[in-house]
Design a protein around this ligand. Sequence first.
Ligand SMILES: Cc1cc2nc3c(=O)[nH]c(=O)nc-3n(C[C@H](O)[C@H](O)[C@H](O)COP(=O)(O)OP(=O)(O)OC[C@H]3O[C@@H](n4cnc5c(N)ncnc54)[C@H](O)[C@@H]3O)c2cc1C
Length: 561
Amino acid sequence: MAEWDESFDWVVVGSGAGSMSSALMMRKAGKTAVILEKTKLVGGTTAKSGGVMWIPNNRFIRAAEPDESAEKAITYLDAVCGDSPDTPGTSPEKRRAYVAEAPKMLDFIIGEGVEMERAATFWPDYYDDLPGGCKTSRCVTARYFDLKELGAWEKRVPPGFAPFPARLEDGMKKDFMKKSVAIKLAFARIAARVVFGKLTGKNYTMAGAALQGRMLKAALGAGVDIRPESPVSQLVVEDGKAVGVETVKGGKPWRIAARLGVLVNAGGFAQNQAMRDRYQPGTRAEWSNAPAGDTGDMHVELERIGGVLAQMDQMVGYQTTRAPGFGTDYVKPAGQSLGARPGAIVVDQSGVRYMNEGGSYELFCETMLKRNREVPAVPSWVIFSQRYADDYPVAGRMIGPGKTPRAYEAEGYLKQADTIEGLAALINVDPAVLRATVDRWNGFVDKGMDEDFRRGAREYDKFLGDPFNAPNPTLGRIDKAPFYAVDIIPGDVGTYGGVIIDAKARVLDRAGEPIPGLYACGVTTASIMGGVYPGAGASVGPSMTFGWIAAKHAAGLDNQY
Ligand SMILES: Cc1cc2nc3c(=O)[nH]c(=O)nc-3n(C[C@H](O)[C@H](O)[C@H](O)COP(=O)(O)OP(=O)(O)OC[C@H]3O[C@@H](n4cnc5c(N)ncnc54)[C@H](O)[C@@H]3O)c2cc1C
């Protein structure tokens, strides 16, 4: 029998999205809960993220759109995720559990004082053309937050990628400010809030940091014991049952017993290059946006004690471009809109276009890596002309004669030529091939139809484009010198494979049976979406929901919430 230094009803490893929803549930049930986080900061990748949760049939969309329903969402997930022996993380039962429980989890955290809102009225599902797909938005997020509300915990939440008192939806319109008075006014209002906030001593944040800041505030208020700098090195199992964990306290080993269960919400392995080489060859830790703590320790530990790893080849790809300063940015330059706005295309190293540049970032990177197995395509090239550059930034900076940042040229990042053929020579592509690719694209733009990859046919492709570009927000010609190319690589926002859980978030063993007392959620698990990313928030939403489901199950409250 193990000797314990301390005991709690509920012990959570890692402070990701499901940690605090589960601990709040436990406190609601009158149980004790501790969250052990290995880093100095609380909130995990979730606190660095957009904080968007994909929650179909949530209270906000239901109020606005009577045709939204659980059935519609299930139809969509069944169509998009599918079932295959390669993706045991997903199953009809788990998808149904998600659709049923996620809106209830949302209502629960709102009831606990976490202010939430619809992330946008237009943020379509990533495959909105499939049955049940949503062409408006199933995404929710937290309202912006003043970190000062956390008192002594203020500095324990990362600042987030956008320290503004703004809605996510407004922030995403920044690049179109000069095209719309309404957008200018919205930004003027945000600026006024920033100034007022500074004068009144606020420390605003938005997106994932606001979500985890608000969750932390609620958890602390409910009496959850939260311990940064407390790495868990071992899950303790006795007679086949998870009974506690080994961590450290005051520099010494510290064993904590878990009376009702252990929840592992310890993130993925995006920053572990050895694991990447083993499971996701060709991908790089330094291309990832996940923070340094995302090293997969618990994947190894869960497998050691009998859990089964699956879908380990899956990552939530997020294309990026290696602009000067790459690697020093808090969030790497987004490559998604770069390739999907009107007047830009993506080609492989032979100068051939090979995909719809719009659509899901996860699919984009998967397609790039797959292409690379046939034709060199990592990196690929984003090709555009001054027509594009007149309107949109490239890695956050405007470019063009007299405007291009010196480092873009000095460091060889931006390739530039007066002709397509000249550009082809700079990127070592056959000029005739690149010329043919661009001519074919321009022909599609003139016809209003991408006959190769149907870019612009889905609402989501249009969402990535420019709402002021007619007739299709994502289609535009490449025809005004100078012509440009920048690289684009398959970065990511995290990995998406791990242990297999059941619909109650219980970790399954090699025989497919739940390991008593052991639960997991988030990207520590094989995604319940299988190998697909159905919409914005398909990582944080399931993590928070399955953490909550785990706590309900362990506390015997399955049917009460
Ligand atoms: C810039 C960016 C934007 C993103 N935007 C979105 C978005 O809007 N919506 C979305 O769904 N996804 C988004 N993602 C992806 C998403 O953030 C992650 O997939 C998700 O947050 C993972 O959450 P989690 O709950 O599984 O774990 P995490 O939030 O990663 O938390 C895991 C925690 O466990 C800790 N830990 C690890 N090992 C141990 C150990 N041994 N002992 C104790 N603690 C440990 C880690 O330090 C970490 O704090 C984004 C990611 C990035 C980087």
